[in-house]
Design a binder for this molecule. Sequence first.
Ligand code: NAP
Length: 479
Amino acid sequence: MSPTVAIIGAGFGGLCMAIRLEQAGIRSYTVFEKGGDVGGTWRDNTYPGAGCDIPSHLYSFSFEKYSSWTRRYPGQPEILAYLESCADKYGLRPRIRLGAEVTSIAFDESLGRWRVRTADGERLFDVVVSAVGQLNRPRLPDIPGMSSFAGPSFHSARWDHSADLTGRRVAVIGSGSSAAQLIPPVAEAAGHLDVFQRTPNWVIPKPDAVFGPAVRAAFRYVPFLQRAYREWVYRYAEATLHSALAGGWSTGLLRRRALEHLHARIPDPELRSKLTPAYPIGCRRVVIDSAFYPALARPDVDVVTDPIVRVTPSGVETVAGHREADVIVYATGFRTTDFLAPLEVVGRRGRRLHEEWKDGAEAYLGIAVPHFPNLFLLYGPNTNLGHNSIVFMLECQVRYIMGCLPYLAGAGPMEVRPEAMDAWRRRLDRAMGDMVWQAGCTSWYKNAAGRVVNNWPGPTTLYRRLTRAPRPGAFRFGG
Ligand code: NAP
């Protein structure tokens, strides 16, 4: 009999898991999705200019290639439409429960099963797959006076489409990847834009292009072309970008590219100096966008680097004075390091996952946690990338979990051994030593103690190899 599987989240990860189960003829699964539709981060992030800086052909499932991408880099509406079409094509919808937030999961040792709780009650499952993402909980800053602001104010991932920005004074707080994408269209609409930047990011241009009908037809009718293009994009990112993050041969090239872009697009030396980072390239997520700098160079846009003191009813006060605003956009990122929060996860002998993780989230291969049998994580700790497609990592993880399922039928719940976790941690620590993320910078990759808990430090080819199939010796089986 097939195991029953609860999948939490219907973004890229949850849908991938559900599709692979369907393809294996396992229909005893339920996808719990707290939102009103599938799509995860691509459903939530509807800010103007939202898109992906990984090429479309790679930012899609290897088994569900899509030849009709209209651009080299996909926009949010097109990615969301792709995910919706996957849910439809693979017949997942009947097993997706929308508006169903899982509030807690607890392993019942006497039954060897998970109790999965939503507002509607509790159900038992053999296996739980968490696919809640790393960038799904907006992080609003803690600036005094925020609630006193008289106009509309909202986080970039909760865009208020009823707020008309036309001709208004707009303040954007933050200058990361989300800000870089939304600032050009906002600057276009607004009367004046103040960008409050705390730390400059390295920026490289995004060589976007429209795929016209001829290119799309070529991708559609010559499948080899699409496969070859996808493979080339993957290999290129792996060879050049990963090496740059590991302090390899391409670091200098990447830095030079970023500086050339800065000099070409920002003629004003004062502004240029504000935008020049003082830490090595790659230490934080590199912004990949061609429209960001030209928008910052507009006469009706100011980059404000004076520290913010408070938000007032009519704007933002910095140490240098008050700046009027009609609308405030918080492009201030996400709660990235407290994985799975606010979900309560209770494993064997009442162990609480967040207690286990108080010094930093960690999981064997980013997938399994000791004392939490039959719980598998997608996009878990140390599986984020700064250089390639997360969809690739998700597919590796899903394949691995599919490889675990046959073991459950005979041997009972499987639980990664603490020794395997220890060896994995040592391996990560060794590899992490080579990576530029450790250099002197703050970033969302690190927890409060400064440990990099989000990123995978190796090449993705290595991750694929390590996750090809479960190694039974790494697990303990049974009740
Ligand atoms: P982010 O990179 O974490 O940027 C948050 C910004 O808000 C930073 O500039 C930060 O300043 C600023 N900030 C936070 N708290 C502040 C405060 N109290 N006062 C002033 N400024 C404050 O978040 P994000 O831009 O949403 O991007 C998150 C990640 O999502 C990206 O790194 C990327 O992986 C992903 N993303 C990807 C794409 C894509 O195209 N693939 C697009 C958007 C997002 P500090 O830097 O000083 O902390």
